[in-house]
Design a protein around this ligand. Structure first.
Ligand code: IPE
Ligand code: IPE
Ligand code: MG
Length: 255
């Protein structure tokens, strides 16, 4: 029997879905590039920011879906270091979403034992954005359930460069020996530490690229793409991605 958990307010999995999901092979860490908010809105004659609002509302549904099947870490790519290039009004709107999202959802997240985390640079974020997420991290720090990790003001090349600089400093100061630098040491210098690497990466909106997301951590992740835009991506689509993941053979270069 599959030990699926039920969130209050969430739709229970149908018997058919339970049958199709293998509880012994659930991806431990699922990362999602939540893309296509703008196009979703524009297709409907709405301003791009309406797509961001709708996308924000989808976060809880997919969090519940991930938690209900036993995913341990759900990372959501919310804002990249490159997204600062967008028009100021759009960036301002995105930066205000955490002050709407967390107060609205925090009680339910706490009740469901979710731990909020953030991967990304604090510098550059408005104080109110950072405070909203830091408050949520603080309020959920005693939970030990699903880690809901927001990649916010995150970019992988910057992450690797700053990791390399830190490694160089630590070698220079004698804290680290050059011979000791292996994959696990390098991982410790990534912003994602101590999270495990993603097992499954989902990208919505039909774009077939990584867009500077976790280049080191995705080395052996399974990739799954859908034409659906993030605001229209449902729990069912999430389960479909997991089912496809379960059909794959991960070989890591072996046989
Ligand atoms: C993803 O949707 C959200 C962010 C990058 C912040 P987009 O805003 O990229 O939507 P499209 O890709 O332009 O449709
Ligand atoms: C990736 O989407 C970043 C996030 C979803 C936060 P983008 O829309 O920024 O990616 P590109 O520009 O299409 O590569
Ligand atoms: Mg996009």
């Amino acid at each position: 029997m599959i030990p699926f958990k039920k969130w209050f307010g969430s739709k229970p999995l149908s018997a058919e879905q339970m049958e199709r999901l293998d509880a012994d092979n659930v991806p431990n860490h699922v990362a999602v590039i939540m893309d296509g908010n703008g196009r979703w809105a524009q297709k409907r004659g709405l301003p791009r920011v309406a797509g961001h609002h709708s996308g924000m509302k989808n976060v809880k549904k997919i969090t519940m879906a991930a938690d209900s099947i036993g995913v341990s870490v759900l990372t959501l790519y919310a804002f990249s270091t490159e997204n600062w290039k967008r028009p100021k009004e759009e960036v301002d709107y995105l930066m205000k979403l955490p002050i709407e999202f967390f107060p609205k959802e925090i009680e339910e997240l706490i009740a469901n034992n979710v731990q909020i985390r953030m991967t990304g640079w604090h510098e550059g974020l408005p104080d109110y954005t950072l405070k909203a997420i830091q408050d949520a991290i603080e309020q959920t720090k005693n939970n030990d359930g699903l880690i809901l990790n927001f990649a916010l003001n995150y970019g992988s090349r910057k992450e690797m460069l700053s990791g390399v600089k830190q490694i160089a400093e630590d070698v220079q100061s004698g804290k680290l020996h050059a011979d000791e630098i292996d994959e696990s040491v390098f991982s410790r210098y990534m912003l994602t530490h101590p999270l495990p690497d993603p097992d499954l990466l989902i990208r919505t909106s039909g774009e077939l690229r990584i867009s500077n997301f976790m280049l080191w951590q995705l080395a052996y992740s399974e990739l799954w793409f859908t034409e659906l835009c993030w605001p229209e991506f449902t729990e069912q689509d999430f389960f479909e991605a997991v089912q496809e993941y379960q059909r794959r053979a991960r070989r890591y270069g072996g046989l």
